[in-house]
Each structure stands twice: as C-alpha cells, then as structure tokens.
Unconditional design. Structure first.
Lengths: 468, 316
C-alpha cells in the first residue's frame, strides 16, 4: 500500500486547530444525518436520494465528435486560462437557452460560473454579512442550506402551497422585519418545479413578487435549473423576464439539460451586482474551465440540443409517472405527495409521528435511500417528509425502491398504531395521475403538507378538494 | 517504539455500520500512528472479503477501529478468534454484554452498581402483546422527561427525549428504527462524564459541556466546536475518585479487557453518580474522549495506540 505521510497528530491537536477555525465553521456542522447520507452511496443501495440527471442518455459518439472538433480547432485556448467573465461562445449558448424559456438577456449581463452552485455562493459572498437575513422557501434546496450557514446568514423560510411561495406570508414577514429595522439581503426562490417540493410558482404570485422587489428595492435570486424540463402544462415567464433585469438575479445551469460533470452554470444580474460577483469569482477560481465552456458552446452551436431535450423530457416524464404510480401502490393512505409538472423531484409526507431521518436508517437496512425532509429546513422542520428523485433512477429500480420504502413505512405506521391505539394521520390519497387531464393543476390535498400546516381530518380534505 | 519489533497490523474500519464515517476517521488516525511506530499497516474497509483478506495478509494483530454493530457486538471478535488473530480490546462475551444496553444495565443492577432506572421492550411486546397498555405505568415509574434509546446503537442516532406522555409513541417508533429492542430510561439532569479505562487503570474524568441547549446535544458528540470537553473535569476529589472507582468496577463486572470508556451522569441535585453505558471500542477521532483522557496523563496518541496493540499481542 502507499505509505501515508507521517505527521504529528495528538489529542491536544483538537484544541490547537480549534482555536484557528473561523467562527463560520461552527455552523458548518457534521451530523448523524450526514453520516447516514454517506451510506446511501453504497452500490447495493437503490438511491432515490440523488439529484442526478441521467447522463447515460447522452450519445457517446456525439460526445467524441464534439471533443475532437474542439481539439482540432481550439487546443491552445481550451487548455489556457480564460477571462473571469467567461468565453464569448458560451454566452451565445446561454442566450439561446434562456430564449427557449422566453427570457431575453444581453450577453453583457451574463457571468458564466462553475456550476449553478457557485452562483449561490457568489451571491452570498457579495451580499451577506454575518447575521444578515436571507429569505428562502420552506422547504428549500438542501444544497443551499450549508452555503447560507457558511456565510452565517439568518435564514427565514416562507411556507409554500401548490402555487409556490406564499407571498402573503412573505409580505407579513417583510413588514415584521421592517418594524425590527432589518432588511433581507435577498429572497431565494426556485420558481419552477421547486427542489425539493416539486411545486411551481403561479403567474400572479410571480407578478406580486417582482412588484414587491421593486417597491422595497429588494433583490431576488431566481434559481431555475429545471425550467426546460417541463412535462405538462404551459411555461410561466421567468421572474427575470418580468423584472427587466433590475432586482432579479437569475441562476441558470447546464447541469440538468446537458451535464453536471462539465460544471458550467451562469448568472444574469443587474450590472452593479454582476460586477461585484465577477470580482468575487476571480478570487475564488479566476475563471471557470475554458475547456468545459467551449465544449458546452460547441454542443449548443451544433444544433442537436432541442432533440436531446425532447428525449430527456420524454424519459423523465415517464419516470415521474412510474414514481407516482409506485407511491400510490405502496404508501399508506395517510401519506401524501406532490405531483410536479416537471423537474426531478417528488416531495412525500408521511403521517405525524414518523420521522424520516430515523426511517432512513431502517430503509438503508433494506438497501433503499431518500433525502430526509429535515435537510431542506434550517429550523428542524420537515421531519415527516422526504425527497424522492426520479430522473437518475431506472423504472425498475424506482418500482423496487418504492416497494421497499412502502414496506418500512407500513411497519412503522402499524407500530405507531399499536402504540397509540389508533391509526395515525388522516389525509386521503392524492388523485391518481392517470385521471388528471394534461396541463391542469391537480387538486392535490398532498400539497397542503408542503405548507407544514397542521393536518386536518379526511372530511376537511375532501371539502377542499371538491372546492378547488 | 515499544518492544517486539515491527509487526504486521490490520486496522479494521468502515463497514456497513451507521457509524461508518466515525469509524473511518478513527481508523485513519490509528493507521497513521501505527506507521509512525514503525509497523507494517494495512487498512481494511470491512466487507464481504474480510475473511479472505485476513487469511491473505496473515497479520500479527488486528486493530479494531469499527464502531457500531458488527465491530462492537462480538461478531468481528468471533471471526478473529476463529482465524487465530490477536485483536485489540475486549473479548466476545464482554462485547455482547456491553453492546446490548439492556444486558449491561441488568448486570449493573444485579451487582448493585448504580444505573438510571429503566425498562426495556422489544417490538413484539407492542405489536403482539399489547404492551402499549402498560405505557402509563412505565411512565409513572420513570417520570418525565425520559430517554428512549435503541438497545444496541453506539451513536446518537435514534436517541430521543420524551418530555411528556404524548412524545413517547413517536420516540419509540424512532428507536425501533435502529434496533429490535429499546430502553426507556429515567433522564438524569446533570453533568455528562466519561471515564476511560486503560490497562486496569482509570484515566482522568472528561466532562462534556454542551455550548447551548438544556439537553446534551447529541449531534455535537463528534463535532468540533459544538461541545467543550474538559479534562480533567472540574469535580471535587471525592467525586472524581468515586467516578473512577465506579467505572473500573463496571469495566470489570462486564468482563472488559485492556480498555473501555464508561459514560456516567452526575445528578445536578443529589450529586449521585450513575453509569449509562460502557463502550468497548471507544472513538479514536480527534474529538474522542479516550485519547483526550490518555493525553491528560502524558500518554500521547501514538503511545496510546502502541499500548493498545501491545496489550493485544500480550493477551493469552
């Protein structure tokens, strides 16, 4: 074996290093949940915990052709440092992709980044001092949670319903903050097929959010990784397009429409903000990989991408339906879940009294995994929910994975029933997917659980369903 | 390096346990130390090929840095006995007793050693024998808050506090996620102490002082900066002596050998000491308590690891 580098490590080193760590590391915490998540990567585990696109669908010959073209024409440039503000060709591709969602953008307003995640980091780096307020959705993207924590932000999470973030609650929160003399640095939202909840912000709410941003001169970070992955219904304009580039910072990425491995994302933002982000980026990594940017640009210039997007949409649409069917077959009647029109995730909520972090330990013993809901909250909520991915898992494995999850859930529901002397819960099953006409939002009581509202009994849920 | 010359040592770590990450951290530090001591070291992430790899390597000794199930419940020790490989730490029977909180606590009660009052149940009791009917009596005896623990988990996972009767069912369901048997234990409000035993001697007492929160924050057990560890703990001489005496008594009672870590509580009101549990494979990470206690008496990490190996090689 390779010899390990000898060094001095003694128990007292803890003290020695601990005094050197920045304050922010105390919130960059390890946790039993993180240890559990580390086990989900074992090969024998069917993991619905990931957020992966299915890159196996990208034709190998196309990849080889693109790389050889690039090699023939751009070797020196691809291997060289590039400008922090990105190579020109990638900006053209970005303009194309944003146009496909009806959003116009000026190349000069774009900053290519190392994945979309870097945008979240740069926005925090540019705007957030320790103790500053960030407003996010409840639940929010689990990957943003450690970034917000690392910048020592105070995150206030606003509940959602089937129309996305509750803007009325947002306004109440802003009023309250106003009275306390505090102003949030930005409002973080994933308006399309939200991760993890799967819901989409309605057009009226988008309008109101943009108005609020203008009225109060607040910045909004619009995270839109999945907008092009719509399987049903009509696209809704982006916040960026409605705002005219004044108060909305747009986050885009090639991760879900081409490859997360190339690590290319971008921001489109008001120029003063973009300039600061550019300076922040220079200190982080000088520039994003020119090789990867040129590869992506080459691909978009080749004109193949609309065809590939159709293939991806068809594949993920089918897998979403497979997951929805499997949930209907395997979860108890008291469970509920969202029915997203696009994206990669479904958010399922189990009866009160179950805890999905503990459930994951039991699920792992049957070799199946999901993301416990608590990972999407900074305040300990989400204990009865879980995020399930359908894009990166084959149909067969989705079916088998959900069967196993159903098994452990039923065991726990039965146990809880025998402990409390009654069956828990009482939210009826959501409507079957097949019964829903395409393009119409399902009247889905499950979405009430995204709200984290107290459960109501079956009669109430039925009334809501018939009236919606 | 201590006598006996260079040895071929396998460090067993990782595995499928829920404490895999902690084990990998312990194992890596132990490997470093053994190499600095001049041994030929092989790290083994425990899996299906364990026996084959052990036969192939034919080591002089196995250093067990596994935490959680198989490493602590005697399974690995049984295999090493069959293969004739000396190993660090306690033998099979002590592992079986210590890894099962119910067995360990009954042994303490029978021997008259203090441990918080408790009751234990398996899942069948609730599913098939209607044990739920008995919960009010259980709650009345133990009082609130009470602690619900899986009987055989070493880490914080699955441990819940129930502040009132309404919290108990969910806490039980959580604990049963990790184990077929659970312990309902009286909660002792007070100071959280650990006494490590090394080669028949009790090391200085370590106290875990959480940065915030009324209850000991279990997520901070393995995290730098969330909990302050004080060693030696600021206790009066009599309490220190009593804690060490008690720890040694429990270590011996349960048949442990070479080393262990005994977790105790010191009641905030009465000052009474009670034993929670014994860990046969204490953590060896940079936040772990046994290395900290050893360091306090001048045994640095390398010397500690060397001593543990020496004891394994000298064992009959």
């Amino acid at each position: 074996m390779t010899p390990r580098r000898p060094g001095r490590t003694q128990a007292r080193d803890l003290e020695r290093y601990a005094s050197l760590f920045a304050d922010r590391t105390t919130v960059m915490k390890s946790s039993p949940m993180r240890d559990l998540m580390a086990l989900t990567a074992r090969p024998e585990v069917i993991s619905l915990a990931g957020g992966l696109p299915d890159t196996s669908t990208f034709p190998a010959e196309d990849f080889a052709k693109l790389m050889s073209h690039l090699g023939a024409r751009e070797t020196a440039r691809a291997l060289q440092y590039g400008p922090t503000e990105g190579v020109t060709e990638i900006k053209r591709a970005i303009v194309q992709v944003m146009a496909a969602e009806g959003t116009e953008v000026d190349e000069d307003d774009i900053l290519p980044t190392t994945g979309g995640q870097q945008v979240i980091d740069l926005v925090c780096k540019t705007l957030v001092d320790p103790g500053d307020v960030i407003i996010a959705e409840a639940p929010t993207y689990p990957g943003a949670v450690p970034t917000f924590a690392a910048y020592q932000a105070e995150v206030i999470q606003i509940e959602m319903d089937s129309d996305g973030m509750r803007i009325d609650v947002l306004e109440e929160t802003l009023e309250r903050l106003d009275r306390e003399g505090r102003r949030p640095k930005f409002i973080y939202t994933i308006p399309n097929f939200q991760n993890p909840a799967g819901v989409t912000m309605s057009l009226p709410r988008r309008r109101r959010l943009v108005d609020i941003a203008h009225e109060r001169e607040l910045l909004v970070l619009e995270d839109n990784p999945y907008g092009l992955l719509r399987y049903e219904g009509e696209p809704i304009p982006s916040l960026y397009s409605m705002d005219g580039g004044e108060f909305v910072i747009y986050l885009g990425t090639f991760s879900k429409i081409l490859s997360p491995g190339v690590r290319v994302g971008w921001s489109a933002a008001p120029r003063p903000v973009l300039q600061k982000m550019n300076i922040g980026k220079a200190s982080t990594d000088l520039c994003s990989s020119p090789l990867n940017q040129l590869f992506v640009a080459e691909y978009f210039a080749s004109g193949q991408w609309p065809v590939y997007m159709d293939e991806l949409r068809a594949l993920y649409h089918r897998r979403r339906d497979v997951l929805l069917d499997a949930l209907a077959k395997n979860l108890p009647a008291e469970a509920s879940w969202t029915r997203p029109d696009g994206g990669l995730f479904i958010w399922a909520t189990l009866p009160d009294g179950l805890d999905t972090t503990d459930l994951l330990a039991k699920a792992l013993s049957r070799n199946v995994a999901f993301v416990p809901g608590r990972a999407a909250f900074m305040d300990g909520r989400g204990g009865t929910s879980m995020r399930l991915n359908f894009s990166g898992v084959s149909d067969e494995r989705i079916v088998e994975g959900v069967r196993r999850i159903g098994e452990v859930v039923h065991e726990q529901v039965d146990l809880l029933g025998s402990l409390t002397g009654r069956r828990p819960g009482a939210v009826p099953r959501p409507a079957q997917p097949a019964a829903e006409p395409a393009g119409q939002r399902p009247a889905d009581p499950a979405l009430e659980n995204v709200l984290q509202l107290p459960r109501r009994d079956g009669d109430d849920a039925a009334t809501r369903r018939s009236s919606s | 390096m201590s006598g006996g010359g260079a040895r071929r040592v396998v460090v067993l770590k990782g595995g499928r346990s829920l404490e895999r990450q902690v084990s990998l951290a312990s194992g890596a530090r132990v490997q470093d130390a053994l190499e600095r001591l001049g041994h030929e070291v092989h790290g083994l992430d425990v899996g299906h090929d364990l026996v084959a790899r052990l036969r192939e390597l034919a080591p002089d000794a196995a250093f067990i840095a596994l935490h959680g199930s198989d490493g602590e419940n005697g399974t690995i020790q049984e295999l090493l006995e069959i293969l004739g490989i000396p190993y660090t730490g306690s033998g099979i029977s002590a592992c079986v007793r210590c890894s099962d909180k119910i067995l360990a606590k009954h042994a303490m009660v029978d021997a008259g050693l203090p441990t918080p009052d408790f009751l234990s149940f398996n899942e069948t009791a609730f599913k098939e024998l209607g044990a739920a009917e008995a919960l009010p009596a259980v709650e009345e005896r133990l009082g609130f808050p009470l602690v619900v623990k899986p009987s055989d988990q070493g880490s914080a996972l699955g441990i819940k506090f129930a502040a009132a009767a309404t919290d108990v069912p969910a806490a039980l369901v959580a604990a049963f996620s990790y184990s077929e048997k659970v312990v309902l234990e009286q909660y002792v409000k007070g100071r959280d102490l650990a006494v490590s035993i090394l080669d028949g001697r009790a090391l200085p007492v370590v106290e875990a002082v959480p940065d915030d929160g009324e209850f000991y924050d279990f997520t901070s057990r393995y995290t730098i900066g969330r909990t302050q560890f004080v060693c030696p703990a600021a206790l009066d001489d009599a309490t220190t002596a009593r804690a060490q005496e008690l720890a040694l008594a429990v270590h011996d009672l349960l048949g442990c050998r070479h080393f262990s870590r005994v977790d105790l509580m010191c009641d905030a009101v009465t000052g009474e000491l009670t034993v929670l549990e014994v860990n046969v494979i204490p953590g060896m990470t940079e936040t772990s308590l046994l290395p900290m206690a050893a360091d306090a008496v001048g045994i640095d990490f390398d010397a500690l690891v060397g001593k543990m190996l020496e004891l394994a090689l000298a064992a009959p």
